[in-house]
Ligand binder design. Sequence first.
Ligand SMILES: NC(=O)c1ccc[n+]([C@@H]2O[C@H](COP(=O)([O-])OP(=O)(O)OC[C@H]3O[C@@H](n4cnc5c(N)ncnc54)[C@H](O)[C@@H]3O)[C@@H](O)[C@H]2O)c1
Length: 376
Amino acid sequence: MPRGGVPRIGIAGIHGHGATHVVEALRLEGLGRARLIAVADHRAPESPVGEAAVFADAAAMIADADLDVVVLSTPIHTHVPLARAALEAGAHVLLEKPPAPSLAELAELDEVARRAGRSVQVGFQSLGSSAVGAVRDLVAGGAIGAVRAYGALGTWVRPVDYWTRSAWAGRRELDGVPVVDGAVTNPLAHAVATALAVAGARTADDIADIELDLLRANDIAADDTSSLVVRLADGRTIAGALALTASVRSEPCVTVEGESGRIVLWYTLDVVQVVRDGEPFPATTRHPRASLLENLIDHAVDEVPLLVPLAATAAFTRVLDAVRTGPDPRRIAAEHVARVRDDAAEHLVVRDLEHWAARVVAEQATFSAVGAPFAR
Ligand SMILES: NC(=O)c1ccc[n+]([C@@H]2O[C@H](COP(=O)([O-])OP(=O)(O)OC[C@H]3O[C@@H](n4cnc5c(N)ncnc54)[C@H](O)[C@@H]3O)[C@@H](O)[C@H]2O)c1
């Protein structure tokens, strides 16, 4: 594509999360920054797609639409083959998270991109926020003293029918192909990826080992009530409590515990709070967030560096690999689970989840290790 040209965008997977990409592409089209040339989904569009041609399948769109940028918001197990096709057709790719179902396939895709001279941006939108850099600057500037540990805390609600919305939902594999859906690797993957970014872990070798304690309340193969402790190569740890079985949705966060205080990054809000020991109130700041699609267009047109290049997601993919190759999640005994019907529809609630999740982060130990009754 010539420098200063207007990139031709195609989006595959326009329902579900992909609808947000269509809105963003149309915004960029309105600014004259890009053109939404094509969309692809097995289901016809239900919202405006501008003047885009409509394809029934991503592969056909990639082959026929002569695109500079392809957005892939399709199910996890389609990511690598479709991204490969898009790169080989000469397009840059915005690939939804998790980018690949294994470290080996992530490396393979990176190699395809290198050979094609094209780039892959991964849809971890919280990593497009300058809040992550702000937290790292605060830590480097000594705002909370030496770092003791990192945390990732997410307690969300998902209705029972979330797990039946698509054939791949809640699956560890589908027809023998790894899918690796589940709390750690999909809905709360942003918490894991953001904690790793705050801790400066990008490559697989930045992680020394991973202890997983994966549980499930729903009738699924994947995890919905999960804890993990990631030990980094420098010895520090990130403890995560990530669950879709809370009674109410709480705002998820990444924490940095220091010798003289704590930083909390509310990563969906781009808000950072610094709580210094001895001070009664946190200092709160809000930070701008860049659009990952706009950044990819700037990269395609003017070689601006990517915010979330594929290679920077290797540490996250190492965690995903541990989930993929680890034991199946254990079922939580019925006595610890309530079936609730409220505004959030019918959903399963694990008793005292929030209490035990907070302990996981505070004690840097899994649900089992802190003694959560539902993990016995
Ligand atoms: N970044 C985020 O915050 C975020 C949030 C939710 C989901 N996601 C990711 O987005 C991706 C999609 O998730 P979802 O929950 O929207 O899934 P979904 O199953 O609800 O929607 C996927 C869409 O892709 C379509 N599709 C499937 N195969 C296709 C193909 N070969 N060609 C064209 N269209 C095809 C389906 O018809 C469907 O409309 C996943 O990777 C998921 O992890 C990201």
